[in-house]
Design a protein around this ligand. Structure first.
Ligand code: HEC
Ligand code: HEC
Length: 237
């Protein structure tokens, strides 16, 4: 129930967005590359921020290192190569940053950040607090353009739409909320870029990223995942 029948096509290659991201990093890295290494740019940023009051830099100061990819208000961009992060729950953000640092969640574009010795738990918590307090405008995601292969896995468009709704209600809403706005048990999924969500579900399926109940995502076919994302876009309207 609620699953696509099609097994012919696969989730995108694991590092597709990361590769895109590293290409997009040109302007960001130009300065640091000229100066030597990527971590050097952070070492320039953090002490500069520190100098202002002689203590640890504020969340806003640290966020200066994120803004090129995630945007001033945490709105993300590049159609979801960079996720929308502003306003996500602080503890969720904290956990993701620690997962990136320990590389239990792989995020190549962000690896250089965590190579910097100063990116410790306190810095992470401060920047997480700053990001949680941002309120980016909701991206205009509607209407979602289904992946043609996903659509082809269902008898018709109505069946595709219904499958996404049923899968979400039956397998996801308990933790991510009826309206996709998140609960104690799972982060919000609405107002997030579809391409990013598809990649995450693929990462769960490939076990590249740990999900609370991995099997709930791991057993989605790509077609069923596409239908769920269509439903999330409907919820984001
Ligand atoms: C060079 C680009 C780049 C920079 C700089 C960057 N990020 Fe990211 N970030 C990414 C990409 C790409 C992803 C998506 C990774 C994936 O596909 O799983 C991501 C994912 C995230 C996520 C996970 C979002 C979610 O919904 O789970 C968080 C949180 C995050 N970044 C926070 C930050 C913070 C805080 C900074 C600054 C300290 C930062 N990022 C700097 C590229 C960047
Ligand atoms: C038992 C609770 C639970 C259920 C059921 C569940 N999730 Fe999740 N989900 C989570 C948690 C917890 C996380 C955050 C994992 C982490 O900390 O990295 C998450 C993360 C995600 C993310 C990544 C969000 C981001 O910003 O990167 C996506 C996408 C997602 N879930 C989709 C789904 C879908 C689709 C379903 C239903 C098929 C589902 N989940 C069912 C708890 C759940």
């Amino acid at each position: 129930m609620g699953r696509g029948r099609d097994h012919r096509y696969r989730f995108p290659a694991p590092n597709a967005p990361a590769l895109l991201a590293s290409r997009a990093m040109g302007p960001l890295l130009l300065g640091p590359v000229l100066l030597g290494t990527v971590p050097l740019s952070l070492s320039l940023l953090l002490p500069a921020a520190q100098a202002q009051d002689g203590s640890t830099p504020s969340g806003a100061d640290i966020y200066a290192y994120c803004v090129d990819c995630h945007g001033k208000r945490g709105e993300g961009g590049k159609d979801g190569t960079y996720p929308r992060i502003g306003g996500l729950p602080r503890d969720y953000l904290d956990r993701q940053l620690h997962a990136f640092k320990s590389q239990t969640r792989i995020n190549k574009p962000m690896v250089p950040i965590f190579k910097h010795y100063r990116f410790d738990a306190e810095i992470i918590d401060r920047v997480a607090g700053h990001v949680a307090g941002l309120s980016p405008p909701a991206p205009n995601l509607w209407p979602y353009a289904p992946n043609p292969d996903a659509l082809a896995a269902y008898p018709d468009r109505a069946a595709y739409v219904a499958a996404g709704e049923q899968t979400y209600a039956g397998s996801c809403a308990r933790c991510h909320g009826e309206d996709g706005g998140g609960t104690e048990a799972g982060p919000p999924l609405v107002a997030q870029y579809p391409a990013y969500l598809i990649k995450q579900i693929g990462d769960f399926a490939r076990s590249g990223r740990t999900h609370a109940q991995s099997e709930r995502c791991a057993d989605l076919t790509p077609a069923a995942a596409d239908a769920v994302v269509n439903h999330l876009v409907e919820l984001s309207k």
